[in-house]
Design a protein around this ligand. Sequence first.
Ligand code: ADP
Ligand code: MG
Length: 679
Amino acid sequence: KSAKWSPKENESKRLPIYQHKSKLIQAVKDSSFLVVTGETGSGKTTQLPQYLREAGFCKDGKIGITQPRRVAAITVAQRVAQEMQCTLGKEVGYQVRFDDCTSQDTVVKYMTDGCLLREVLADPALSQYSVIILDEVHERSLNTDILLGLIKKVFTNPAKATKGRSFPLKVVVMSATLETDKLSAFLSNCPVFAIPGRTFPVTCTFGSAVGPKDLENFTPSALQVVKVALDIHTSEMAGDILVFLTGQSEIEHACDMLFEKAECIDYRYDVTDQSVDGLLILPLYGSMPTDQQRQIFQPPPPGIRKCVVATNIAATSLTIDGIKYIVDSGFVKQLNHNSRVGMDILEVVPISKSEAQQRAGRAGRTSAGKCFRIYTKEFWEKCMPEYTIPEIQRTSLTAVILTLKCLGIHDVIRFPYLDCPEERFILEALKQLYQFDAIDRRGNVTKLGELMVEFPLHPGLTRALLKAASLGCQDLLLPVAAMLSVENIFIRPGHPDKQKEADKKHRALAAKTGSMNDFATLLNVFQSCKSSDRPSAWCKENWIHWRALKSAFSVETQLRDILHRLQQKKDFPVETFDGNKSELFRRCLCTGYFTNVARRSIGKVFCTMDGHGSMVHIHPSSSLFDQEAELNWVIFHDVLATSRVYIRTVCPIRYEWVKDLLPKLHEVDAYELSSVARE
Ligand code: ADP
Ligand code: MG
């Protein structure tokens, strides 16, 4: 009998959740809502959907499991497909933005929370599903929070819950941390199922590399963590290392340094009885190719120590077995809505104390572990907040508010939020929707707004795309929208000589457009590669990520399909352009980016025109960097804050093109837009 068990099966039987299998199934049967909590790694994400499938929950519908991060949705689905011994995309599948790996046969579907939110738009009753599992709720991502509110609004109301459904929906909410009372109270005091954890003590030590004075400019990160990681490698007992850093470039940089330095270690020096020799260095971040991500989970060869250098993704979404040592940089890269600047800014900020504890906990899953914090005790006390602020309270709400409006939820201020966003954030979102013509003065969704909600893009970009489509020149904007939706088109090698070579190629690509304009460069890269006979070779030669470009091709096709479908509608807008044809592209961009206009004030400093008058600089990655003297007015795609506030993906414009649009920024009082909601 035991011969029939695959090793995988035995492995999953050792997880803490396994002992509670039948009770858990019963708990789901007994109640429409259930909160499940348990330490990261206890088996919630991978096992519970399988238990429910075995118990027959897939008879009438699918089991849908949401994840805040796309990497988690993909890797977990891969793992579960493997455990169930089926092909990914058959019984078990995943769907993330622009990548659908499901089929008619899919009954266990992992997806991002954003994907489920789009499904709610098309089918508010979620009639295809028998069970919805909202996972990683403790991460408090914007879309998960909105889904929680929607589920509360619809499914805790007996009159609404059965509408459009032939059988009741089961909702399971899973969280790693103990905010469960709050969650239970939010969902009509539903039962809570706690999976007792098995954790081992983790000893934490503070370092001296980062103190309160480093708060402003956190650059020495990579070097500091590399030093600590190498110290661990040469002086600590066997066990793998997990390093937390802020983002892709920092991680790649740290890995390069680790490679160089680890090669110089004299491994004859035997440190412990369980000596470890070489170091296996593995990066881990969201936009990494998935086949490379899979390596992270494999145990290292005997006598080799694994060192994973990761973003926050490894804190809760993914569990890596065998980790005994943590190196914590104390920082995270976060998209924050900055009301001083009036924009969403990507910035590096200190993590919260609870986040730091979560990171440390990753070392204590299988035995006692150690966590090395590179920051001082003083930094911990003075610079790190107690808890992480939920995303809904710190990012732009424009896209979700439009979604809510399209779902017929007019009163977006009194929507059941688990934690309310600040009212001014909601007002700002309404104002922006009005500026993009997505809602009218009474706060009602316009025809254009109904078209806009169909695109999984930033509303500004969608606005520009729809403008282009109405003028019949969508071929200019579709590639740009696709290119802006994938990460890391341009390769930035860590090595200075190679960097020079790459820069030269990238500048040449920009020059070929004949107009200094980063959007045009994106279009040029897309078209040149697409028309090349050997696109992968073309990419290699031009220091472009071939994989990223391939996804951009696929994204473009999908956006084209959405647009094509909408254009079949009889009231799709049609306009004519009476300006200069060479301006067409930039004029379209202005329709979506007039909220992001800046004017040069002095030297290299630009001043935003959105009423905030923030001082910004052009990012060195732009082809307009160092050309500032020739510029006057520009629009930009996004903002990054390090030691300065930088604008990225920049395009020069003429004042006349935005002259008529700019007053729109101040035309309406946001309170007026919400007045219907407040009646
Ligand atoms: P939880 O959701 O409670 O945090 P998971 O179900 O994610 O727990 O993880 C359970 C176990 O499955 C862990 O030991 C983890 O290492 C393993 N696991 C999860 N995903 C993968 C994967 N893609 N490859 C290998 N092992 C995995
Ligand atoms: Mg999980």
